[in-house]
Write a protein that binds this ligand. Structure first.
Ligand code: AMP
Ligand code: GLY
Length: 417
């Protein structure tokens, strides 16, 4: 099977790594890729937002499957011309990707499907925003309606800051604050059948102890030893299946990866947000534990035959990933610095590996930083404590001027389990 992956972050590196280990995959391509992906796939300098260019590449390669990784191409509708050309594609249509592209659309789908989420108002004027903020009280949750690369959500006790964020967005969703731990649960779906993966937890804040600004994610781990028994089944029944059924009923079936960001509140499980693609960095740890070869699962989703698949097999152990970010991330990341120690960071026995996010290779073969989140050091172990120790041993080998990482990824979960 010839597979083409669209994207160039750590998530796509994790997808390419798993696909490269799948005996069913004879050729692996990625566009645009990055310096690390180039080691496991042939990379192509194609604009990932250009549906016609991506389709032309897939046709030229005679790809049997195209996997669209990031939200930007999905929301831009890159999956649509691929499907129209008869190419199996893993990733939702532009219409179904609105589940991530518009918070208001997601709220409307959840209301239609009876899915539990925070109560909310959609506001378009400062007066409406002020009224909504006062209706819920502090802490205030203010969300830009559209895609904002992790910068669209402000959670604050400061009413002035909440109003200022609302004023900076054209359409804004203001909602009730949800307390309780967060869980990311991914499901692979063909629009009818829903196959949940293992839950993971992401660390969104930049600094240790969940301090500092929101980021795209600074680390993740799986499994969640503290999660209530039956969580996955409950979320499948109350969130994932009803959402997939509702989108099919509306005539815009969702096929691809449905990501439920959940809060386990004192009043029950609530959806914080949906994404229309694998989450980063959770994908790194979820795929690290998946034993079933990946390509066949993604192809079955693309072809609408998930119901025929054997149950997924999982590693009983744990996985932890730690993100190394550039100096100045998230506000103003610095780039162009040389990265060293990449080989040393990886374990010969395959228990530690480095996934590239924002990297590029220069003319002399050196790897340079080229983005806010630069690398994601991933490790497996018998339990979280061992996986965590291995991941941080890898992190310690990497040299990148001014870089930053959290030191408490999976710490509490490892101590509690
Ligand atoms: P999102 O981009 O929707 O994932 O939001 C980013 C982060 O903001 C989430 O991971 C939560 O930590 C936080 N957040 C979003 N919505 C809420 C809410 N209703 N209550 C509390 N925290 C929230
Ligand atoms: N880990 C958060 C995200 O992918 O949106």
């Amino acid at each position: 099977m010839k597979v083409l992956v669209i994207g160039g972050g750590a998530r796509e590196h994790a997808l390419c790594r798993s696909l490269s280990q799948d005996p069913a995959v004879s050729e692996l391509h990625c566009a645009p890729g990055n310096a690390g992906i180039g080691r496991v796939a042939t990379v192509h300098p194609v604009d990932q937002l250009d549906g016609a260019a991506v389709t032309a590449l897939a046709q030229r390669l005679a790809a049997d499957l195209v996997v669209v990784g990031p939200e930007a191409p999905l929301v831009a509708g890159v999956a649509d011309p691929l499907r129209a050309a008869g190419i199996p594609v893993f990733g939702p249509s532009a219409e179904a990707a609105q589940l991530e592209g518009s918070k208001a659309f997601a709220k409307d789908v959840m209301a239609g499907a009876g899915v539990p989420t925070a109560r909310s108002y959609l506001c378009t004027t400062p007066a409406e925003a002020a009224e909504a903020l006062d209706a819920f009280g502090a802490p205030y949750v203010v969300k830009d309606d559209g895609l904002a690369a992790g910068k669209g959500v402000v959670v604050t006790a400061d009413r002035t800051a909440a109003l200022a964020h609302a004023a900076s967005c054209e359409r804004v969703v203001i909602e009730e604050y949800l307390d309780g731990p967060e869980v990311s649960l991914f499901a692979i779906t063909d629009g009818t059948t829903v196959l949940p993966l293992q839950p993971a937890q992401d660390f969104k804040r930049a600094l240790d102890g969940d301090a500092g600004p929101n980021t795209g994610g600074m680390g993740a781990y799986s499994p969640l030893p503290w999660a209530p028994a039956g969580l996955v089944e409950e979320v499948l029944e109350t969130v994932l299946q009803p959402t997939v059924d509702e989108l099919r009923r509306r005539g815009t079936p969702f096929s691809g990866l449905l990501y439920a960001g959940l809060a386990l509140t004192s009043r029950g499980t609530r959806v914080i947000e949906f994404n229309a693609r694998f989450g980063d960095p959770e994908t790194q740890v979820v795929l690290a534990r998946l034993r079933t070869p990946l390509a066949g699962v993604l192809l079955a989703a693309a072809n609408g035959t998930l119901a025929d698949l054997e149950p997924l097999r999982w590693d009983e152990g744990a996985a932890v990933t730690v993100v190394i970010a550039a100096e100045g991330y998230p506000a103003a990341p610095r780039s162009g610095d040389v990265i060293e120690g990449l080989e040393k960071a990886e374990a010969a026995d395959g228990t530690v590996w480095v996934l590239h996010a924002g990297t590029e290779q220069d003319g002399e073969g050196r790897v340079l930083s080229a983005g806010g989140r630069v690398l994601s050091v991933t490790a497996t172990g018998a339990d979280l404590a061992q996986a965590r120790e291995r991941a941080y041993t890898g992190v310690a080998e990497i040299r990148l001027d001014g870089s930053q990482h959290r030191t408490d990824i999976a710490l509490k979960a490892a101590l509690d389990s």
